[in-house]
Write a protein that binds this ligand. Sequence first.
Ligand SMILES: *Cc1c(COP(=O)(O)O)cnc(C)c1O
Length: 364
Amino acid sequence: MPAPIRPQPGIMDIALYRGGASTIAGVRTPLKLSSNENPFGPSPGAVAAMRAVLADLHRYPSTSHAALRGAIARIHGLDDPDRIIIGVGSDELLSLLAMAYAGPGDQVLFTEHGFAIYRIAALAAGATPVAVPEAERVTDTDAILARITPAARLVYIANPNNPTGTMISMGELVRLADGVPEHCLLVLDGAYAEYVPAYDGGAGLVKTRGNVVMTRTFSKIYGLGGLRVGWGYAPRAVIDVLNRIRGPFNMSAVALAGAEAAVHDQAFVQMCHADNLDQRTRLAGGLAQLGIPSDPSFGNFVLARFTDAAQAIAADAHLKSCGIIVRPVGEYGFPEALRITVGRAGDVARVLRAMATFRGAAQV
Ligand SMILES: *Cc1c(COP(=O)(O)O)cnc(C)c1O
């Protein structure tokens, strides 16, 4: 008997990704705060643009994505649309980077509590994942630089990071970019960059270096997680490599039209940004008053820390009983914490009320 077919080495080491839950048994309309989704939904202009293309879906979509790349370049002040690539969520681009640049014997670095996709992408490419310790839940530039070996091919940093919500300064990013050697790519995942005032997500570093890549997404502040659109800004040589391995029709016509309209509606983005800032302050402040600390968050979520895992599990169960779904983050190495997406004013009030009754019950 011939040996049964087997997947490439590394693939069976990948733990299945588990997304945020979306249902509670017996609750018809739960408050879902488990996937860092925009509580305002997508821009109405984006919805209209997507409706408008439905009658033309017998046509294949653009393979160059030129219109969307042009719009992104204009809005973000990026000189060259040919240094932009569009992907099926930034997840696709993060995976293509690993597929293109890392393989067996190579190392892929990311931080201790970094986004789950980095490890998955490394293992799927057959490379060796290397988790670098953080300094109190914050990316540690020196620790990363100290672990880069001749075998390192990629360093993934989410800034701000999920699920910690923390970020490092532009000065630290520059120091990191300066220290990463030419044989290794520094990938700056800017999924939450739009939530940070006056932050370009690292675009300026990409402009001037040959080995820095930035990824961005329409899944968070643009409220289009269901559409699956992300983009990357990279040196031309990297874009050329990725374009060879991406599917020529990876983006649907609906996705391209929706994202292009969304990027043109910056008034909507600014409204979401301002509201998130207010509500995040209220949420983190209210939790702190209840004795539930969190690090200053730069994203649209807060990592609420409890005294131990049992407390976090009990709080999660209590929130569920109140119809609220948040994200336990044990698989991210935080069994004692819950990640709570910042909702609208009424949502935040509901979370704080539920937490108050939880703490009240815990203290009697
Ligand atoms: C949500 C998120 C993304 C976005 O992934 P998409 O595939 O674009 O939906 C990327 N990186 C981080 C850190 C995230 O939290």
